[in-house]
Design a protein. Structure first.
Length: 269
């Protein structure tokens, strides 16, 4: 035997047996770990699936909640609008019957149902003034001229021309035609009282007044008043003029249900 060679010792039978036992245990442990790992992966997959499902459900619930909020807000807005509309109608009816009460208070005066109906119908009407009549011979051409003209006047006053055109139910000249008088007023019936009220707002009058001054026109948008209403309005205007003295200015608010008000004059006045 050479000196460089090493002596290889074989393990004893007892050591081999112990080694086999150890290897067997390791393999059993590894199999158990694999089994547990498989279970963990399966559970993780289930958790991830449940998480995705829960997330989808949460998103679905969020979307439903958002839809319900939007629907609730819309319903609330519609309800508020409906309540406001009813309240406005009630106020308008109160105004009509207040006029009836004032007339009935006059000695020997009794307002008929026909007059009440006429007062209510007038709340759909406006009077357009300052529109020159067409010289066309055909009645339909003259009528079309008037329709175009009232839409133009409404646009000058700041009313949406398209909306105004769609709201017009009827349009006709008032009074008998006379030669040399080419500016008979136009009676215009609109589809709703609310739209009519918007057309007659104060800033519309201001816009027309400014346009008339700049272009030398005479356009006006007035309510359709009865003879009694006109007389009452004229009476209040006259009262305002006669009372306006000693530093106090009297003026009239409203035209259909006019009210006399007063204020202190400014130093400039």
């Amino acid at each position: 035997m050479r000196m460089s060679e090493k002596k290889i010792l074989r393990p004893s039978q007892e050591e081999e047996a112990n080694l086999e036992v150890l290897v067997k245990r390791l393999m059993e442990d590894q199999a158990e770990y694999k089994k547990e790992l498989t279970c963990l992966k399966r559970r993780l997959t289930m958790v991830e699936k449940e998480s995705k499902e829960n997330k989808a459900e949460v998103e679905k619930l969020k979307a439903e909640l958002s839809r319900l909020k939007e629907s609730t807000g819309k319903c609330a807005a519609e309800t508020a609008a409906a309540v406001k509309e009813v309240q406005e109608e009630v106020e308008k009816e109160k105004e009509t019957w207040a006029q009836v009460a004032r007339k009935n208070a006059e000695p020997g005066r009794v307002v008929t149902l026909r007059e009440v109906s006429q007062l209510q119908d007038r709340r759909f009407n406006i009077i357009v003034r300052g529109v020159k009549e067409s010289t066309e011979k055909e009645r339909e051409n003259r009528h079309e001229h008037d329709r175009r003209a009232i839409v133009e006047v409404a646009g000058i006053a700041g009313v949406d021309p398209k909306g105004f055109k769609e709201a017009v139910v009827q349009c006709r000249r008032i009074g008998k035609w006379e030669e040399g008088k080419n500016f008979r007023p136009l009676l215009v019936k609109l589809r709703s009282q609310d739209f009519r009220e918007d057309v007659l707002r104060g800033h519309r009058h201001t816009a027309l007044k400014s346009h008339n001054k700049e272009h030398a026109t005479r356009f006006r948008l007035d309510p359709d008043l009865s003879k009694e209403q006109k007389a009452e309005l004229d009476k209040l205007y006259e009262e305002a003029r006669s009372k306006s003295k000693n530093g106090v200015q009297y003026y009239v608010i409203g035209r259909e249900n006019p009210v006399l008000r007063s204020r202190e004059k400014t130093a400039q006045e």
